[in-house]
Design a protein around this ligand. Structure first.
Ligand code: TXA
Ligand code: MG
Length: 353
């Protein structure tokens, strides 16, 4: 199959151009499109065979449920049942936006979309292109991140093409996404809601809106053994994610010690003739000697770090980096989501120095 690549001018979004994308979805076929978090790989959420196509295109295990994307809050009561008040409060505060809510599913949602679960993940994206495609298709759109299973999520259309060219009908190119990390997932089927995946909307923001929220125990393990043993409630969290082809190690500690340890590693590996990548920051990029050095942004600019993380991991893959060394980042606010993804990419391989 040939994947059609259409480019949309965000300054002047022409809905006519999106009609073709919408009609492909309506026919039960697949379109990748931008959201504010990452690109999504969309299909009709209420069509069991479209869900099957999504799993096939990604090479994703079919017990890993999909997020259903909506473009109006009223869809909640169609797709879910036993909806707690907190869900409406959160919708009012954070939708459209990078928050996914897990609720008990209604009968209209097929189990092939929810990976066999009785719950459904629902998100109302803020991206204008995503909203237009949902509205024009007249469907609810099931969309996992538009990457091949196991690889970093995609933050631009070129990355989608890298992974899915020839496997889907169309990519709608709206340029680079705004956030760069996937949505926060909150399970509202528990008495105290549980964060299953940290994201742009932080625990503090959620608590300011609905009171106490827990973080799933599986999310932030620091030791390798614990990380490997995680069986988090979001089924997707148990699979290896974001994994670059090279071996990624995170160094944590005082900046000067981190730099000198990484420099030692660079020298050692380069002597063996290996290709080495370094994830540095604006503050430290000039302190490394040798290797392929990439600045992820200023250490004090979490939004920039979030926006560049997956892109750098992909770049090191295309450069065939065999070893990747990364600095670590603070673990609060958006940093919590950044460290969660970085730790998964590293297979929880972190050295404290
Ligand atoms: O930002 C995002 O959420 C992006 C964009 C495209 O919207 N989507 C995304 O989808 O990241 P995906 O499929 O790559 O990740 C969805 C995660 C998976 O870990 C999955 O296991 C979890 O959500 N999930 C989906 N439905 C669930 C459910 N009913 N219960 C628990 N976890 C669920
Ligand atoms: Mg994903």
């Amino acid at each position: 199959m040939e994947t059609k690549h259409i480019i949309i001018d965000r300054k002047n979004v022409n809905e006519e151009e999106l009609r073709e994308a919408a009609s492909i979805i309506r026919e039960g076929k697949l379109v990748a499109f931008p959201t504010e978090t990452v690109y999504g790989l969309g299909g009709d959420a209420l069509d069991a065979s479209a869900a099957k196509r999504i799993y096939e295109a990604k090479g994703r295990p079919s017990d890993n449920p999909l997020i259903v994307h909506i473009a109006d809050v009223a869809a909640l009561s169609f797709l879910a049942v036993d909806i707690p008040d907190a869900a409406y409060q959160l919708a009012k505060e954070f939708w459209p936006g990078p928050l996914t809510m897990i609720l008990k599913k209604s009968d209209v949602v097929p189990k092939s979309t929810t990976g066999g679960l009785d719950t459904v993940a629902i998100r109302f994206p803020s991206d204008e292109i995503a909203q237009a495609i949902i509205r024009l298709s007249g469907c609810y759109i099931a969309a996992p991140s538009a990457n091949a299973s196991g690889r970093p999520s995609t933050t631009c259309a070129e990355h989608v093409m890298e992974d899915l060219n020839g496997r889907i009908e169309m990519v709608v190119d709206g340029g680079p996404v705004r956030i760069g990390l996937e949505s926060t997932i909150l399970d509202l089927t528990e008495k105290i809601p549980v964060i299953l995946r940290p994201g742009y909307i932080t625990k503090q923001q959620l608590e300011n809106c609905i009171g106490k929220v827990r973080v799933d125990k599986g999310i932030m393990k620091t030791k390798k053994e614990e990380g490997a043993a995680v069986v988090a409630k979001a089924p997707g969290m148990k699979y290896r994610h974001y994994a670059p082809k090279g071996q990624l190690t995170i160094y944590e500690g005082e900046s000067s010690s981190v730099i000198s340890c990484i420099n030692q590693k660079i020298a050692e590996k380069m002597k063996e003739g290996a290709l080495v990548g370094i994830i540095a920051t604006e503050e430290t990029k000039d302190s490394y000697i040798g290797g392929m050095i990439r600045s992820i942004g200023s250490r004090y600019d979490e939004e920039a770090i979030a926006a560049h993380l997956f892109q750098i991991l992909r770049e090191f893959d295309s450069l065939h980096a065999e070893y990747i060394y990364s600095e670590s980042f603070t673990d609060n606010r958006l940093g919590h989501a950044i460290m969660n993804r970085l730790m998964k990419a590293a297979g929880y391989n972190i050295e404290k120095v």
